[in-house]
Design a protein around this ligand. Sequence first.
Ligand code: PHE
Length: 358
Amino acid sequence: MSLENLKQTVLAAIAEASTPEELEAVRIDALGKQGSVSGLLKTLGQMSPEERQVQGPVINGLREAVTNGIAAKKAAFETAILNQRLATERLDMTLPAPEAPRGTVHPVSQVMDELAEIFADMGFAVAEGPEIEDDWHNFSALNIPETHPARAMHDTFYFPDKDAEGRAMLLRTHTSPVQIRTMTSQEPPIRIIAPGRVYRSDSDATHTPMFHQIEGLVIDKGIHLGHLKWTLETFLRAFFERDDVVLRLRPSYFPFTEPSVEVDVGYSVVNGKRVIGGSEGWMEVLGSGMVHRRVIEACGLDPDMWQGFAFGTGVDRLAMLKYGMDDLRAFFDGDNRWLQHYGFNALDVPTLSGGVGA
Ligand code: PHE
């Protein structure tokens, strides 16, 4: 077949291709390893220099014509497909907004907003840290050395690789590493809360592998347990919106606080249900204590100059206590009926004056 004939044949095949698949078959026939045009290009190697000088431009011109023809046809297919999609996905923007489904604010988000509002009023800023942590921030700097039994207690999810500094990587097991990140990145005095996701390999009706905590940290001069107690009392009264919230402080142990204090909140039984307020019974709500000297030191601060307190609690649990849910797993099911029932109106932003309970 003459070169000109071959060219006409291939160009005709391109023109006739009616689908991207057919076009691809034409391309392979011409430009593929065994293709007709590729075959011609290979013959150039065996030609004499004079012959090549004449045939080279012609054969290469043929290849270019075929390549361009295929590219143009491919672009045409793409435009046609796009136009077809645009035609079928047309939206009528003049239609009224649908009545349902209407999104609601998840109780966890709601409670986090309430907490931020309450603590902002007491002069606390919101701090954040990464959910993928290293073992120095999550454990060592918090006075939990490698051999410490608390490491095993946390049911940690570890990553197989270490970070650039050779530290083990993990999903943070609590929000306490944000204490370290804050103390190493900003000068005291410090007043922060840090809400966020935490992870532990644990799962039943009251434990999910991912849950939410909020951390609080105050570092200043002359801070003592009295400040801690007042802060928690003020916070819990604002949160549960009752003046008769009573706290019970019990001695406890956390590696990163000394002394450590576990805080219970009193409840009364009304019509067989537990209601926060009064002191008929006690429910544990948070862990806290005076920040351990070693933690302050690990962050490069002088513990003789700076003292403080820290506390941590489960946001999901606070939400359950305040809004009366009893199964933690429902928090993460994404069941629209549950969300419609327990969710909050997005426009009801919690404010202290309007009531943080929305
Ligand atoms: N990090 C602790 C936990 O996850 C809670 C805590 C925070 C205790 C701060 C004391 C001080 O159980």
